[in-house]
Ligand binder design. Structure first.
Ligand code: UD1
Ligand code: CA
Length: 456
């Protein structure tokens, strides 16, 4: 059989989101809902797929930059049937065409595959479910033998039809040739004056073709998002799925409800993640990584045995094995720590290489810096890397010792084994192996007395 041809409907307005952002671009687990559905559909085919867009047109197209998508404009939204009709001519006649909704981000590839497989035994297969509250959805009407007859929209339904629990999720599959024939015959003779895709079901039945329903056991998987309450609910479901996968892969999570992953997190075994940790973008953890509460970690690679203490922020950084970071540390983009480096409390680093075993333990800013191994940077050291216009580099050799409260005015070099006296402002090269200091000499004024209050 030819490959599945997915048509993803993403043209709807999403009025109930009350947003300037098109509904399908609202993110679930850090990714636009439309992207979720595209990624899921891609698991069923390695050929093209079609996305029907309309509302928020260019913005939708631009936010999904990838090959293999045929963008089809539905200039006016005249219903789900009209939307599919815009794209159906792209579908091969003998291919199973899968209709998917872009506002249903949690749908699983296994469920869609099951739907597609059902086409072996039917002319049309529709994914249904039984939510706690079926209000607002199209109801699945079956005959006394349980065979599907038609779908009736809420607005067209009488009281007994509204009492039906089973609803249409919107996902359906039929051969290209069949959809082409049915869609041509749709009319907008209904309560909403729209071309209903769901009318294809009664057309198939009228042709005496088999229609099968696949019931999705978990209604949340097939729930469409119409407002921000549903968005938040499905966000929790998405997070729960991710954290369960993480735990099953060997990570201990202090509280699965207090860990959020907005992107991709890969972790080795025996990591421990404490409460209120947020992962953004692509993060990789080695084995035995410990992350204490309230950390935000974005686009980072963290090596084996690293200990990240509470309230630390890491962004676009690479941390080698056995480093010790925080509490209250901030690693900004371009920070690279070699093994066993230590970044302590209230230390900020940026575009900096820190060599093996080097320590910046307290209250420092280290930016645009190349630092060797076994260096010790005293509390309150600042690399003055910016003159208001340009950035300059600081180079620090191996085994350097910098005394507390020192300013290193870049461009500047501290050679191997140099020692810098506390409180220095260093503007020139500090030579290897020697003590360099730059501060006013201490003096004592003999016989000086404190002033006394004048008598009036
Ligand atoms: C539709 C179904 C209903 C089902 C429900 C599930 C029809 C007639 N009704 O109703 O049976 O229970 O979904 O959520 O099919 N869209 C377009 N262009 C349009 C209209 C819609 O692209 O002209 C897209 C939307 O972006 C969305 C999807 O189609 O992704 C569903 O549209 P929506 O308006 O939410 O359909 P419902 O009326 O909720
Ligand atoms: Ca809907």
């Amino acid at each position: 059989m030819t490959q599945v041809f997915p048509i993803i409907l993403a043209a709807g307005q999403g009025t109930r989101m009350r947003s300037d952002l098109p509904k399908v671009l609202h993110a679930v687990a850090g990714k636009p809902m439309l992207q979720h559905v595209i990624d899921t559909c891609r698991k069923l085919t390695n050929d093209r797929l079609a996305v029907v867009y309309g509302h928020g047109g260019e913005q939708v197209k631009q936010s999904i930059q990838e090959d293999g998508i045929v963008w089809v404009l539905q200039a006016e939204q005249k219903g789900t049937g009209h939307a599919v009709a815009q794209a159906i001519e792209l579908a091969p006649d003998d291919a199973p065409v899968l209709i998917a909704y872009a506002d249903t981000p949690l749908i699983r590839p296994e469920t869609l595959q099951q739907l597609v497989n059902t086409l072996d035994k039917a002319a049309l297969a529709v994914l249904t479910t039984k939510p706690v509250n079926p209000t607002g959805y199209g109801r699945i009407v079956r005959n006394e033998h349980g065979a599907v007859l038609k779908i009736v929209e809420e607005k067209d339904a009488n009281e007994s039809t509204r009492a039906i629990q089973e609803i249409n999720t919107g996902f359906m599959v039929a051969k290209g040739v069949d959809f082409k024939r049915w869609l041509k015959r749709l009319t907008p003779n209904n309560a909403q004056g729209e071309y209903y895709l769901t009318d294809c079901i009664s057309m198939a039945v009228a042709e005496q073709r088999e229609v099968k329903a696949v019931i999705c056991a978990d209604p949340l998987e097939a729930e469409g998002i119409n407002n921000r309450v549903q968005l938040a609910r499905l966000e929790r479901v998405a997070q729960q799925r991710q954290v369960e996968a993480l735990m099953l892969a060997g990570v201990t999570v202090a509280d699965p409800a207090r860990l959020d992953i907005r992107g991709q997190l890969k972790a080795g075994k025996d990591c421990f993640i404490d409460i209120n940790v947020l992962f953004l973008g692509e993060v990789t953890l080695g084995e035995r990584v410990i992350i204490e509460p309230n950390c935000v970690i974005q686009d980072a690679k963290i090596g084996d045995g690293v200990h990240i203490k509470a309230n630390t922020c890491i962004e676009s950084a690479v941390v080698a094995a056995d480093c010790d970071i925080g509490p209250f540390a901030r690693l900004r983009p371009g920070t690279v720590l070699a093994e066993q480096a230590k970044i302590g409390n209230f230390v900020e680093t940026k575009k900096t290489n820190i060599g093996k075993g080097s320590k910046v333990s307290h209250l420092s800013y280290i930016g645009d810096t190349e630092m060797g191994e076994e260096v010790n940077i005293g509390a309150g050291t600042i690399t003055c890397n910016y003159d208001g216009v340009n950035k300059f580099k600081t180079t620090i050799g191996d085994r350097v010792f910098v005394g507390s409260c020192t300013q290193l005015v870049a461009p500047v070099t501290i050679e191997d084994d140099a020692t810098i006296g506390a409180g220095s402002t260093i503007t020139k090269t500090a030579p290897a192996g020697q003590l360099t200091l730059a501060r006013a000499k201490q003096m004592t004024v003999k016989g000086w007395q404190r002033p006394v209050k004048e008598q009036k």
